[in-house]
Design a protein around this ligand. Structure first.
Ligand code: DGT
Ligand code: CA
Ligand code: CA
Ligand code: ZN
Length: 575
């Protein structure tokens, strides 16, 4: 075992002890020892076996020496293993939130059962922290800001964060004198689920003054590079943004190049060479000189290709598609007529049924499926059977008032219990228009157990669609261990639909699995998992995933109109 590994485990030991409320001196001793171990030049094993560690290395006492000895000689640390068992793993991640120390985390864990960053956000957003002794509204606000920071300070950021950060920059560049065109490029234009840095491109005859204005923007915290055609800055919050300026004649080529992906670019360049042309980020050159392209479509055409949408530019088969002829039109937000899997204040949502319905109408939807949490979801105010029936009555009454204009569907987000059974008896499930089945508990099950659990639910004749199939939270929590291909096979066999959860923290199914699901003939459903009216806008992120998966409108349930949907839901549920 390397000294670095030993140090890391000692640090973890100290941290877990802190979270347990252990005497601060004892905790600090572990961190001090970790630093000391990192500084040990010689062979750790040698020093341990001769018992010299405590004597020769300041900062390591007898107790910790015995721990290190166990680590170095057996590769294990019993005390740490015991601590890990007592403490939820997610608690350690909370230490990344600025202003949250072990004491506060311990208090939050004990008072509100918080065990992860996701829990913390949920509770902070619900307002529950403000009422806690020793916290208050100000601390709660600080925690929310801290959570934003944690989410944006990792190596990558969410697409939703990137969009928020890039908008004022694009606006400022657009307004700068001499700027003719501005586009966001890079992974954000390709709608990748997470973004490394922001890439913005503009066209102007003289780019230099635009770049000068850019580096002086209030959003800019530091300048990494600043030349006549390119500048790189760090925005407040740490995200990098690259801005490039080209002439209007170069714009198409630069737009294509800086959109990427790198793999796609390399394939394009190779294609150009095969046709006796030379392609770079500024031009496409033939034997008789440069070829003008006023749009990307013209550039693709010059290489014998149909226009390839940015979301498909990963060199994952898009060239074959574009060579054969027109690429089938990818789904767009305006194709969606309604959506499913939305929460209301009947469970853990923030708005009433009527408010959600009105928000859906305002967004041009003609139906909305409500799917509040089922009864086991105690943490989310899940519906008892009695409350289910009362919600149905309210939905029926509302539908009366909507007439033919709009319809609420009665759904449920039904917990898949640890053994794969569902959270209500069949006679209750039968009363819903549709059932979304999701995993919300026992995330730590072994891969085969989890796979069997989900497959069992997917095969249940009353399950219409599977919700957030992998359970991942981007940049926060990995997917649970599950064989998604086996789940997709089972869903294809059973005729069960699968959701693309459009919440920017989830995007689950992801694009590669959504593509596979479509190839297996599964109908996908784009669901916002909205917990408030504004959450309906997240549908756009689901469209991004669907487009990356190559989906057309006919592959997605919610492009169908209301009566068609009613028919397809019924057919599924009476299978
Ligand atoms: P990110 O920032 O990690 O989310 O991903 P991208 O795709 O935005 O990557 P980035 O910002 O490094 O570069 C933007 C685009 O510029 C990239 O998608 C393709 C192009 N590009 C960058 N470096 C190279 C390269 O070495 N070769 C080629 N062919 N293209 C490159
Ligand atoms: Ca980038
Ligand atoms: Ca970049
Ligand atoms: Zn859920």
């Amino acid at each position: 075992m390397l000294a670095d590994d030993v140090a890391r485990l000692l640090d973890e030991m100290g941290t877990l002890l802190e979270l347990q409320g252990e005497n601060p001196f004892r905790c600090r001793a572990y961190h001090t020892a970790a630093d000391a171990v990192r500084g040990v030049g010689g062979d750790l094993l040698d020093m341990v076996s001769s018992g010299r560690l405590a004597a020769e290395v300041p900062g390591i006492g007898e107790t910790i020496q015995s721990k290190i000895t166990q680590l170095v000689t057996t590769g294990r640390l019993t005390a740490l293993e015991e601590l890990r068992e007592q403490m939820p793993a997610g608690l350690v991640a909370l230490l990344r939130v600025p202003g949250l120390g072990p004491k506060k985390i311990k208090a939050l864990h004990e008072a509100l059962a918080i065990t992860s960053l996701a829990d913390l956000r949920r509770v902070a957003e619900s307002g529950a922290i403000a009422g806690l002794k020793g916290f208050g509204a100000k601390t709660q606000q600080k925690i929310l800001e801290g959570l934003d920071f944690v989410e944006s300070s990792g190596d990558r950021i969410l697409q939703s964060t990137a969009l928020r950060l890039v908008a004022p920059i694009v606006e400022a560049v657009r307004k700068a004198p001499g700027v003719e065109q501005v586009e966001v490029c890079g992974s954000l234009r390709r709608r990748l689920e997470t973004i490394g840095d922001l890439d913005v491109l503009f066209a102007a005859d003289d780019p230099a003054p635009v770049l000068d204005r850019f580096v002086a923007l209030p959003e800019v915290a530091g300048v990494l590079a600043h030349g006549p055609t390119k500048a790189s800055v760090r925005l407040a919050g740490g995200v990098q943004c690259d801005l490039r300026g080209v002439t209007p004649e170069q714009f198409t080529f630069a737009l294509h190049y800086f959109t990427g992906s790198k793999a796609h670019n390399i394939a394009m360049r190779r294609r150009a060479i095969a046709r006796g042309l030379r392609l770079n980020e500024y031009a496409l050159e033939g034997s008789e000189g440069p070829l003008a392209c006023r749009s990307e479509a013209e550039l693709f055409e010059a290489l014998g290709l149909d226009f390839i949408p940015p979301e498909l530019r990963e060199d994952h088969g898009e060239f074959d598609l574009a060579e054969r002829g027109p690429i089938p039109p990818l789904i767009e937000r305006s194709d969606l007529r309604g959506t499913f899997h939305c929460h209301t204040d009947w469970s853990d949502g923030g708005n009433t049924l009527l408010e959600m319905a009105e928000a859906a109408r305002q967004r041009g939807l003609s139906y909305l499926g409500i799917a509040d949490h089922s009864r086991s979801a105690g943490y989310a105010n899940g519906l008892s059977i009695d409350r289910v029936r009362r919600q149905w009555d309210e939905i029926d009454a509302l539908n009366e008032t909507f007439g033919r204009e709009f319809r609420l569907f009665k759904g449920i987000e039904c917990d898949i219990l640890p053994d794969g059974s569902l959270d209500y008896p069949d006679e209750v499930l039968e009363g819903f228009d549709y059932v979304v089945a999701s995993v919300h508990s026992s995330f730590g099950q072994a891969r085969q157990v989890m796979t069997d659990r989900i497959v069992r639910a997917v095969r249940h004749p009353l399950v219409t669609m599977l919700g957030h199939p992998s359970g991942r939270l981007l940049l926060r929590r990995d997917a649970y261990a599950v064989d998604l291909d086996a789940v997709i096979d089972a869903a294809a066999e059973a005729g069960t639909m699968i959701e693309i959860n459009a919440n920017p923290h989830r995007l689950d199914l992801d694009a590669p699995h959504a593509r596979r699901a479509r190839e297996r003939g599964i109908t996908l459903v784009i669901n916002p998992d909205a917990h408030a009216t504004g959450g309906l806008d997240d549908l756009e992120f689901g469209i991004g995933v669907a487009r990356r998966a190559g989906l057309s409108p006919e592959h997605v349930l919610n492009t169908a109109n209301c009566s068609e949907v009613a028919r397809r839901l019924k057919k599924t549920s009476s299978r």
